[in-house]
Design a protein around this ligand. Sequence first.
Ligand code: ZN
Length: 80
Amino acid sequence: MAGNPWVVLTTDKLIPKGTMPNPKRRHSKARRDRRRAHDFLVPQSLAECPHCHEAKLPHQACPYCGYYRGREVILVKESV
Ligand SMILES: [Zn+2]
C-alpha cells in the first residue's frame, strides 16, 4: 500500500511512520525531584528476642538462640 508516509499523532506536527513513541517534552526539574522524593533507603527495623534479648528481625526465628514463639525452631550451633 503506497499511501501517506506520514501519520498524524498531534495536530501541530507530522511524524514519519516507524518513529518510536517518545515523550513529547522534557519533564521539569520539579517533576523529576517530586518523583525522586520517595527514593531513599530506610533502616531495617529490629525487634528484641524475648528469649535471649538479642536484636533480631521481627516475625522471624532468632538467629542467635533459634527460638520463635517460645520454642526452639532452628538448631543454632554454639560458638566455642
Ligand atoms: Zn534469641
